[in-house]
Design a protein around this ligand. Structure first.
Ligand code: ZN
Length: 145
């Protein structure tokens, strides 16, 4: 008879984080383990998320996990980037396609904040320049009055 290598856990052991649910993996319950994994592996989360979007929207996808580098701050807005356990916030890192239609290829991706990504989302780079010029003019005019 073969003896399983898996450590048998007592069902009475409780999760190290929430202390409520039964232990499933590495001293944590299924939910806390998943949350913990997401928080510790943001590059992988972004990679697989992007891969799925590329499949759905039929975009090029040739990047590897190593191409995803999360900077300390958003390269556009300068705000600190933080990885949330649950839902992504405005400060969370987002994988941006510089020119969306080129897809997820080397040289066309960068990690920016969700906030910058939201601003950039529906506009072309040219439209963003126009918007920026307009905002600058309006701000300057408001300062003069
Ligand atoms: Zn738990």
């Amino acid at each position: 008879m073969k003896v399983g290598r898996k450590k048998i856990l007592k069902s009475t052991d409780l999760c190290k984080i929430c202390g409520k649910s039964a232990v499933r993996y590495q001293g944590l319950c299924k939910i806390c383990y998943k949350k913990n994994w997401k928080k510790s592996n943001p590059e992988k989360m972004m990679f697989y998320g992007a891969k799925e979007r590329a499949r759905i929207y039929e975009l090029a996808f040739t990047i590897t996990i190593d191409d995803i580098v999360i900077p300390k701050r958003c390269p556009i807005l300068g705000i600190p980037l933080t990885v949330n356990e649950n839902k992504a916030g405005l400060n969370s890192p987002a994988l941006d396609k510089i020119i969306p239609e080129l897809g997820y290829i080397k040289g066309n991706i960068q990690v920016i904040s969700h906030k910058a990504n939201n601003i950039k989302n529906r506009a072309t780079l040219e439209e963003l320049v126009l918007l920026g010029k307009w905002a600058k003019r309006v701000i300057n005019e408001a300062k003069r009055t």
